[in-house]
Structure formats: structure tokens, C-alpha cells
Design a protein around this ligand. Sequence first.
Ligand SMILES: Cc1cc2nc3c(=O)[nH]c(=O)nc-3n(C[C@H](O)[C@H](O)[C@H](O)COP(=O)(O)OP(=O)(O)OC[C@H]3O[C@@H](n4cnc5c(N)ncnc54)[C@H](O)[C@@H]3O)c2cc1C
Length: 430
Amino acid sequence: MPLNILIVGAGVCGPALALLLQRSNPKHTITVIERFPSLRTGGQQIDLKAQGIPIMKKLGLLETVRSFCVNESGMEVVDKNGTSLIRFGVTGAEAERGAFEVTNEFEFMRGDFVKMFHDVSLEERDRLRAGGEKDGGLRYEFGTSITALNQSTDDAVNVTFSSGEQNTYDLVVAADGQSSRTRRLAFGEEAHEDAFKSLNIHAALFNIPRIPSEDSLARLYVAPGDRAVMTRSGDRPATQVYLFVTKNQERAARMKETHKLPLDKQKQVWSDIYADAGWDCPRFLAGMQNVEDFYATEVAQVKMPHQQVHKGRVVLLGDAGYCPSAFTGNGTTLSLIGAHVLAGELAKHGSNVDAALKAYEDTMKQPIEECQKLSGLVNGKLFPSSAMGIRIFNSVLWTLSSSRVDKLLGWLAGFLPQGKEKGWELPEYS
Ligand SMILES: Cc1cc2nc3c(=O)[nH]c(=O)nc-3n(C[C@H](O)[C@H](O)[C@H](O)COP(=O)(O)OP(=O)(O)OC[C@H]3O[C@@H](n4cnc5c(N)ncnc54)[C@H](O)[C@@H]3O)c2cc1C
């Protein structure tokens, strides 16, 4: 049975699902709405790994992704003078989940990935039309969001849009990111608030011009006072700067309010916090003043009560339903797994949409759990905050580096699986 489907959010997994749905049933009518006036191609480096690789291979897009990889050559931890303490290489994309890695085989800019899915989904529509398909179709609407959802019958959702227009759909997919408004409308304020689990970490991200001495390694510097800085350049002309403030509860409460301030005020707060941090921070802060692509966020996970990811005919996809946070490095892969399973179960269950949604919810439990596991590092077991603690931390890193036992470091950080655990296997769908 072809369905009339509304996808809310043209980020990573909204357009990916649109492509998968067209491939599984060209007669579906698919509308993707995006709150922003155009495709939102901002964001920094993201990666693809584990089950994300076979999904991209199946879609025939893995080599396209390889063509825009940023070619980062590994990661180095440095001290306050920029001296290297330890270096890690590149991890193969199909390595066991949990292996200690920062740089993966498939590292690319978020905007390139979003644009690829958007463009390929439209090419698929045009290909189907050119092949004689008259039913169904796909369209994107920008500058549109939803203001109300009404599920007065079991098999339809009535949607009110920001324009005041109304329409009825067989299925509404919330792909509108970690703060999903669709989740709030469908599940209610309480479940929405409950689901948002802050990690007490705040991040500011921006790009500054690359300087000639910068190579293709990512660099991490842990500063006293629960601060950490990371830079990534790969083979790009710009250097991505990530500033983090971690763990500090008092400062975290202040940061929550900071995200609501105008950009220049936000930048001032971050400048004040990082003024005495050491390493190249004066250069990063000076560069930050001129950037327009400054993006600051609270790092969080989304954990729905009882892992419920659908209510009636509204279903959560990607960060909206199970954001694992950037600190797991699994956000992109998990959102693609979600799109693959949702499209697959809808195809498998034919006209029984409710059975498909139940199967999607059940199937996603294990990958969500695996992808949301946080390392000891994020849980605060590894990064010290005092100057003395950092000196000890740095000398431990240096010792580990000279004995080349980075696996041990990974184990200490809680990245490596502590026993032999069989990971979730991607279901095959026709
Ligand atoms: C601007 C931006 C920058 C990012 N940068 C990074 C990064 O540097 N590193 C990283 O690891 N992850 C980043 N992410 C998150 C990353 O894209 C996701 O964790 C992951 O890829 C899963 O994607 P998603 O499609 O579920 O969500 P997202 O990629 O967040 O996409 C959600 C989409 O929904 C749209 N949207 C939101 N609310 C509404 C609404 N009410 N109505 C209609 N549309 C709506 C958003 O504008 C966005 O286009 C960023 C996300 C965004 C939006």
C-alpha cells in the first residue's frame, strides 16, 4: 500500500529516509519539511562506521562519501605548549564498535553528507518519473514547520503547518533533531523533557582560517578547570575549533542560559571562559570574533521513556528519538540505521503500518543501547580538572605513548568492550 508520509526535518536522516522509501515503494507520496529557509548544511566533521557502512554500500553511495572525506590522518593529544603527548592513527570503518578512535576511515563535513542525500533523493524521484511512474512523488518544503498534530483516528494524523494550512497523513516521521518539536507535540511536554538527558557538557564550534604549520592531524588539549579544546583540519582550508566545558555543574547551569543569548554575547562568554586556557587559545578566540558559522550547543542524549519511539502514527527517527550525542561518535550511523529499519519494516509489513512501527521500535532497542554507551571519558573518569591532575594525566599519556600501548589507554578510558560482546546485526530487507 502506498502511503502519504510527512517527514519533519531535512537534516541527515530525513532525506536519507526519503530516498529509502522511494526505493522500497515508488508509489509513496513523501513530503519533507524543513524549518530553515534552505537546506541546513552547517556543522562540523561527522563520521560513518559499523552498520552505517553496509547501508551506504547498499544504497550505492559509499564511494560518493569517500570522495568528500576530509582525510584526517589521526589524532594527537598535546600539552599547554602544544607538545605532542600521544598520537592515534585512523580506525577502519568496519572496526568493532567501541574500539578507541577519534579519526575514522570515513570522516566528512556534515553539510556535504546532508546535501548528498537531498540531491540523490530528488534524482531518484526524477529517475522514477522518467521511467513512467505516475503515482506518488517527493517534494521538499523549506521555511515550514508544524504547529499542531491531531491523531483523532487510529490510522491518520492531521497536521497544522506554520502557514495555517492543514493536511492529513498516514504517517508523520519526526526527523527534527535532538530538541524535536514534533516529539513534544506527539508525546507531550513531560515525556519530551524526561527524554532530554543533558551530559553537563557544553560545546562551541566554529571554523577559522588554517595556518601553514597546521597538518592533517586532529589535536586535543585538556585545560585546567574542566575545559578541553579540539582542532581538526584534515585536508581542508579551514580549521575547525571545538571548545568544551565539561562536568562543572555550576558553570553548566549558566551555560544553559548562554545558548539563548545573541551570538556576540555568546562569544563573549566563551572568550571569558577560555581567556587563560593555554595552548593556541588566544588565536582560536581571536578567530572566533569574526566567524558567522559559530554554533554552540548543550551536549545531550535523547532517551525516550521505555524506549518508546512511536505514538500512534507519529514515529521518531534519528536524534529526535535516540540522539546518542556527539561524544559517542555514533549519531550519524544510528540515524541511518533508524532510516534503514523504518523503511525496511514498512516495506515488510505492507499495509499493516502499526505492525511495522511496532517492529521498528522493537528492532531499534539493541542498536540504540549499543550506540548510546558513553565512554569513561565522558562519564568524567578520565579528564582531570586541576592543574596538578593535568600534569599527572599528561605524564601518564607520555609514558603510554612511549611504550606504544594505546590499546591500554583505550581500555582505561572505557572505550574498548570489556568482554566479548556480540554486536547487533543489521537486518536484511528486500
Ligand atoms: C546545524 C547543525 C549542525 C550540526 N553539527 C554537528 C557537528 O558538528 N557534529 C556532530 O556530531 N553533529 C552535528 N549535528 C548533529 C548531527 O547532524 C546529528 O547528530 C546526526 O547526524 C543525526 O541527524 P538527524 O537528521 O537526526 O538530525 P539533524 O541533522 O540535527 O537534523 C534535524 C533537522 O531538522 C530541522 N528542524 C528542527 N526543528 C524543526 C521543526 N520544528 N520543523 C522542521 N524542521 C526542523 C533542523 O533544522 C535540521 O535540518 C548538527 C546538526 C545541525 C542541525
